[in-house]
Ligand binder design. Structure first.
Ligand code: HEM
Length: 468
């Protein structure tokens, strides 16, 4: 399985990547809208004749004058992850391109594309000249490209975000773990072309210095983040990060960003790989704005949805009985742009070529039924609830009611019935043992391929009920 490029920093002998982790690198988020309508063939031709050579030139090893500048010919100068947006997958291609599951069967509260672009190029480059050439080439064919937009960022020298706090402390570090968290696997039920690709969330988040600086003192600011600026957890002032205990002590404000976004215990398996870049910009009106280009890579959009919506934006999480409000950091930020994308696995033919190839038709004997579980508030407010521990039964459809398999959901709300012979079944949820929880209706399913996905949503009828 080939993996998407430009996603994980390359790890050589040390943990330092020459491009992505390089403090001299700049970031460029280049969004491209294609004209409408376009055929499959026209898109494939643009990706082959324009995007592919542009990417090759961008990531080529140093040559010519670049070598005179001291660059080593064996090192790269740029990396790029190429994400395709929902606008792209919603195009009426004939024959259609199989959508990634989380776009076809969208989690309820995904970031809505502020500006729905077809493709985003997340470039990290050591050379402004390379990035400039890339931008110019991408926008050259106006019969195919309608608009090109650019947002910038930079790699940090001291690992701090623009409020001055160390960022990236509790982010998966080991290459294998990052790989497991980020990339779509073969047994996921995702279309075959997507295996080795990754979902990318991009949010350009402006950070409001006026309100953050106006807080009473450093203690008040630390309480928003949940760590001191040098990275100590507030309940563990004497302990370095690797030795932090997994449970939080009383010194940790329940609505601090770290407490809301990083609960421990049974939520350990809700993981994303963050790779954002800060920005500082001045505009023609004389204003300076600062913030974070938040980027996360994950093999499903559900972990992002859980962290951002069910936890950070939920006013009761993590304390179960009382209102503690949303993540305190959100009061000091404004989202400028957001969107979800799919970065396909690398293909030598052209970027995204795997999407355009028809899947080999293999008729398997057995398949998997993937359950995706969410719980919503009866008022459809942005409240979420615990997704783990819901029990599902796979029931024979022969009138006997025989339960063939039982599975329960994990903290992201996923469960899988494996090795199921193709055929028709009923999938039912055992009545939840939670007050005021309306059960999700049973679903009849015809398993006629290697994998199907069923979304189940319960309704919590009491808006004042606790999170878990
Ligand atoms: C401007 C916006 C943001 C800023 C300035 C920011 C900053 C930080 C900082 C300083 C930390 C603590 C250090 C660390 O563990 O890396 C952190 C942790 C974290 N942030 Fe953010 N963040 C922002 C937005 C977001 C968003 C939108 C998400 C959505 C998923 C998110 C998810 C996380 C997670 C999962 C952690 C790790 C928590 C843990 O397990 O301890 N952050 N962030």
């Amino acid at each position: 399985m080939s993996l998407a490029k430009g996603v994980l920093p390359r790890q050589r002998n040390t943990n330092q990547d020459r491009v992505i982790r390089n403090p001299h690198a700049n970031g460029y988020f280049i969004s491209v809208d294609l004209v409408d309508p376009l055929t499959r063939e026209q898109v494939a031709a643009w990706l082959t004749n324009v995007a592919k050579p542009a990417v090759e030139q961008l990531v080529a090893h140093p040559h010519g004058h670049e070598l005179d500048l001291g660059h080593d010919a064996s090192e790269r100068l740029a990396a790029v992850a190429i994400g395709f947006g929902e606008r792209f997958f919603n195009r009426a291609f004939d024959p259609p391109i199989a959508m990634p599951l989380d776009f076809a069967n969208r989690p309820r509260r995904l970031p809505n594309a502020t500006h729905p672009d077809d493709i985003i190029f997340y470039v990290v480059a050591l050379s402004e000249a390379r990035a400039a050439d890339f931008l110019a080439t991408l926008s050259s064919d106006r019969s195919t490209v309608a608009n090109v937009r650019l947002h910038r960022g930079y790699q940090r020298i001291d690992e701090s975000e623009v409020f001055g706090y160390r960022d990236g402390i509790r982010n998966p570090r080991a290459a294998e773990e990052r790989q497991r968290i980020a990339f779509v696997e073969g047994d996921s039920g995702e279309p075959e072309w997507s295996h080795g690709g990754t979902y990318m969330v991009y949010m350009r988040i402006q950070q409001n210095h006026e309100t953050f600086d106006a807080l009473a003192d450093d203690n008040a600011r630390d309480a928003v983040i949940g760590r001191t600026s040098d990275g100590r957890r507030l309940d563990q002032a004497e302990v370095d990060f690797p030795n932090e205990p997994s449970e939080y002590g009383s010194g940790m404000p329940p609505n601090s960003h770290v407490r809301k976004a990083g609960p421990r215990g049974k939520h350990e398996d809700v993981k994303i790989f963050r790779r954002g870049l800060p920005y500082v910009e001045a505009n023609d009106s004389g204003q300076v704005t600062r913030g974070l280009n938040f980027v996360s890579f994950q093999k499903s959009l559900d972990p992002f949805d859980v962290i951002f919506n069910d936890w950070m934006r939920d006013t009761r999480f993590p304390e179960q009985q009382s209102e503690i409000g949303q993540d305190a950091l959100l009061a000091h930020t404004t989202t400028i742009k957001e969107g979800a994308y799919f970065v396909p696995p690398h293909d030598d033919d052209f970027p995204g070529a795997t999407m355009f190839r028809a899947a080999a038709v293999k008729q398997p004997k057995t398949g998997k039924i993937h359950i995706r579980k969410t719980v919503r508030d009866v008022n459809n407010s942005p409240r979420g609830f615990e997704r783990s521990g819901f029990v599902f039964e796979l029931v024979a459809n022969d009138g006997t009611g025989t339960v063939l398999q039982t599975q329960s959901t994990n903290a992201v709300g996923h469960a899988t019935f494996d090795d199921v012979p193709l055929g028709v079944y009923e999938v039912r949820e055992q009545p939840p043992m939670i007050a005021n929880m309306q059960p999700a209706p049973n679903q009849t399913i015809n398993l006629d391929s290697g994998a199907v996905v069923l979304r189940f949503e319960n309704v919590q009828n009491d808006p004042n009920s606790p999170y878990g």
